[in-house]
Design a protein around this ligand. Structure first.
Ligand SMILES: NC(=O)c1ccc[n+]([C@@H]2O[C@H](COP(=O)([O-])OP(=O)(O)OC[C@H]3O[C@@H](n4cnc5c(N)ncnc54)[C@H](OP(=O)(O)O)[C@@H]3O)[C@@H](O)[C@H]2O)c1
Length: 315
């Protein structure tokens, strides 16, 4: 059951709820924070640069002086940083939702690594797998939700991510699309495992269509596209939207009370539009792929999701 009349400009009252958003210093993560904070949520705005975090916090406060915002350093490519941020976030108390948004969208031309793992996979996938596992207990205690950010690009490319670290055959496009296919597969696998262990946490997926900076309002230190970007992005107007609009699907997946675990949200016209239920790409849906990736992530991060302890935390 989902609400047909969802209005992204008129969210339910989120007072008393706390959400953590990764990659919140600009782009979709920033606008998701702005939207949920305007609805009354307390937001843990996370990112890898203290200066950018402060700038983003001030930008949210400029449009909404009453916004309840805390900042937290979190570099998703660095498992030590993920663990430290998770410990701080746990100590800060209640958590209703986790938006796993941070991502490298324009990967390096040649393969790079972070902590021994391919950089795009480490940033977009491993850090989020570890963070969600680390935050499972507080999420369960609040009967909360996690949202994984996929991409419509996974429907455009017929490839199964059987070599997640791209030891062979690295290309920037391949690294990006396969990280997003893996993210989607893990979001679905998380839903299966949470249900199997009777943990009352929902795992959903969202994608923002095609959302560009050049179609997004300027915000000092947060969104400052060049004139050329504005020109080029506006040429693509029929198939693009602003990052503010792109955040709508992510926010709906995070806060729509009728949304269910294992579902996906995306724009009505795929690349743009109001948020509505969407279908993950066929390749991302395979349970075998989800299980293989899960095992790979457990080995790579040394994080085992504490399903039993999370179930007990909820009771
Ligand atoms: N825009 C689209 O059309 C589109 C389409 C499909 C999917 N997506 C997905 O949506 C998400 C956000 O995309 P976007 O368009 O908003 O991208 P963006 O404007 O490039 O913003 C990316 C955000 O992720 C952060 N980030 C990058 N590496 C990080 C790290 N190691 N640790 C912590 N934060 C990190 C960036 O922080 P810094 O400011 O420090 O760099 C920034 O806040 C990504 O997962 C992307 O794959 C976007």
């Amino acid at each position: 059951m989902t609400r047909a009349d969802w209005d992204p400009r008129n969210l339910p009252d989120l007072s008393g709820r706390t959400y953590l958003v990764t990659g919140a210093t600009r782009g979709l993560g920033f606008f998701a924070c702005e939207q949920i904070a305007a609805a009354g949520a307390h937001v843990l705005l996370t990112g890898r640069s203290p200066h950018k975090l402060q700038t983003a916090k001030e930008a949210v406060k400029r449009t909404n002086p009453d916004a309840s915002i805390e900042t937290l350093l979190l570099d998703t490519s660095n498992l030590g940083s993920v663990r430290a941020a998770a410990a701080t976030a746990r100590a800060r108390g209640r958590l209703d939702g986790l938006l796993l948004n941070a991502g490298i969208v324009h990967p390096p031309k040649t393969r790079e690594t972070a902590g021994g793992h391919e950089l795009v996979f480490a940033t977009n996938v491993l850090g989020h797998f570890a963070l969600a596992g680390e935050m499972l207990k507080p999420l369960a205690a609040a009967r909360g939700r996690m949202v994984w950010v996929g991409s419509m690009s996974t429907s455009l490319w017929n490839h199964v991510p059987t070599d997640p670290e791209l030891v062979e055959g690295y290309s920037p496009w391949r690294a990006y699309v396969q990280s997003k296919a893996a993210t989607t597969a893990l979001g679905l696998e998380a839903d299966r495992r949470l249900r199997a262990h009777s943990v009352p946490v929902e795992s959903l997926i969202a994608h923002p269509g095609y959302s560009t900076s050049g179609r997004t309002r300027g915000i000092r230190g947060v969104n400052e596209p060049s004139r050329l970007s504005r020109f080029v992005d506006n040429l693509q107007a029929p198939i693009t939207q602003s990052k503010e609009q792109g955040a709508w699907s992510l926010v709906r997946a995070l806060v729509d009370p009728t949304a269910e675990g294992g579902t996906m949200y995306g724009p009505t016209l795929v690349a743009r539009g109001l948020p509505r239920p969407a279908t993950p790409s066929r390749r991302s849906r395979g349970a075998d792929l989800g299980a293989d990736l899960w095992q790979h992530c457990e080995t790579a991060t040394h994080v085992r999701w504490p399903f039993d302890r999370a179930r007990r935390a909820a009771s």
